[in-house]
Design a protein around this ligand. Structure first.
Ligand code: PDD
Length: 285
């Protein structure tokens, strides 16, 4: 089955799909995106993703590219046309196409919308869940509005590449005060000696992860205590457990921070309990 992409009202062969060279997303990173997990051909936590998409657009004063109902339909159509059972839907909205000039175009132009879907290997994800992964820590060099899911990911990709070159899976980014903000494409969590789960509170410093949001609901149901506060690199290195969260993989245990083993060097029990609890709370539609 050849891949199909949705681009501004048309379903195109993925390999030939493209946008204009003066799309402001291409020239200025003037746009936002969403990644929504797909399980058994259904969307995971669609409402939360669409809520965040609208918030990101609102913060950048980009109009919704189409009505919400139509967007829900196209997401499903892209899943169907690509025959995805387990994977993800990627949505990108940019301010649109205009002659290159920094201010917003006047009169405004139609936002560009691209939706693609990708198959993922559940087996590969489960291998990371079973074995756990390593993270490195490094300075957070991103801009000051990380709460917006902007396509401008230069600092994120440099951090991820540094992690990979260091033999780690993820980079945990550290603010000027020595506290971890989040991972380059994941939210960051630790578990303290008393079994309490710690993650940074929402602010402009981090992306409000949908998985983070659902895990907080899951923890409340399970009676797992959560403390929303920043934690230091030292706390992370000496934590009993650690993990990262993001759509599709949901929770991946972290078993090494900067090369040092976390706990006994294996995925922790609270982490795995929370991973199991996610399914009871997740919305599948
Ligand atoms: N990344 N923090 C950052 C910087 C992210 O890019 C992501 C998601 C998250 C987790 O958010 P969520 O739980 O809503 O997936 C946290 C996506 C998956 C990506 O860029 O591919």
């Amino acid at each position: 089955m050849s891949r199909i992409a949705y681009v501004n009202g048309r379903y195109l062969r993925h390999a030939e799909a493209g946008v204009h060279i003066e799309d402001r997303g291409y020239q200025f990173s003037d746009g936002i995106y969403e990644v929504c997990g797909v399980r058994d051909g259904h969307l995971m936590d669609e409402n939360y993703h669409l809520e965040r998409l609208q918030r990101s657009l609102g913060e950048l004063r980009i109009a919704m590219p189409m009505a919400l109902g139509a967007l829900r339909h196209v997401m499903r159509e892209v899943i169907r046309r690509n025959g995805i059972s387990f994977g993800m839907v990627y949505m990108q909205v940019t301010r649109g196409v205009a002659k290159r000039d920094h201010p917003f175009p006047v009169p405004s132009v139609r936002p560009s919308l691209v939706i693609t879907a990708k198959r993922l290997s559940l087996a590969k994800i489960m291998l990371s869940v079973e074995k756990g992964v390593g993270v490195i820590t490094m300075p957070d060099q991103r801009w000051a509005r990380r709460d917006i899911k902007s396509v401008s990911l230069l600092a994120n990709i440099l951090a991820k590449q540094a992690a990979r070159e260091a033999g780690a899976y993820e980079a945990w980014l550290v603010d000027a005060d020595g506290f971890i903000t989040e991972g380059s494409s994941t939210n960051a969590w630790i578990v303290d000696a008393r079994g309490r789960v710690i993650t940074r509170a929402l602010s402009a410093d981090i992306l409000p992860g949908v998985t983070r949001r659902v895990l907080l609901e899951a923890a409340a149901r399970e009676g797992i205590e959560i403390i929303e506060r920043p934690f230091t690199v030292e706390e992370a290195r000496t934590a009993r457990e650690a993990f990262i969260s993001a759509s599709t993989a949901i929770i991946t245990p972290v078993v090494r921070v900067d090369g040092l083993a976390i706990g006994n060097g294996e995925p922790g029990s609270v982490t795995l309990r929370l991973r199991g609890a996610y399914d009871a709370v997740a919305q599948i539609s």
